[in-house]
Design a protein around this ligand. Sequence first.
Ligand SMILES: CC(C)(COP(=O)(O)OP(=O)(O)OC[C@H]1O[C@@H](n2cnc3c(N)ncnc32)[C@H](O)[C@@H]1OP(=O)(O)O)[C@@H](O)C(=O)NCCC(=O)NCCS
Length: 153
Amino acid sequence: MFQPGVSLIAIPPGFYFRQLRPSDIEELKELHRALFPIDYEHEFYEKAVNGRDGIIGWILVDKRDMESGEESVAGFVTVRVQNLEDCDEMERELLGWTMLEHLMPWRRKGKQLVYILTLGVKECYRKSGLGRALIQQVQLSTLKIMNRTVSSI
Ligand SMILES: CC(C)(COP(=O)(O)OP(=O)(O)OC[C@H]1O[C@@H](n2cnc3c(N)ncnc32)[C@H](O)[C@@H]1OP(=O)(O)O)[C@@H](O)C(=O)NCCC(=O)NCCS
């Protein structure tokens, strides 16, 4: 569950975050194919790189790729932002809202949920805290985008 107040992201030197952009689509597809057994539809990638239908994402770029001298993607995260009111029964239950909504139905109004769809770090970069940094990036960026109306991740 999201805890407000996350401040600094511990990214190792030589890395930086940026939001996905349309030119990332082919690399994003390749990374998903390499890391997940699911074949995501082209539409999912289109939405993620264009920030459509509440789907957005970030990549963590390694500036220090010694072999090519170029930047390379070390990890990625995609999320869906939705209104808490649009959550289905199972999601509400997971979030502990079922009981709350009976007691205080007005508490869900206007609140948003950030759902992590995919998160991945290339094998050679793992166990260095990059996965954790990607999640922190989601917390910080969505807070900025939604002006502090995020109640759960
Ligand atoms: C899961 C994944 C993103 C973690 O990336 P990472 O950069 O190695 O993670 P971090 O180094 O930031 O580790 C953060 C914490 O998660 C733990 N962790 C990492 N991978 C884990 C896994 N597969 N299962 C359980 N815990 C895991 C680490 O031990 C660490 O905990 P600690 O700080 O208490 O030791 C990476 O292993 C990956 O891309 N896996 C394949 C895709 C996947 O399964 N994605 C998640 C579902 S969408």
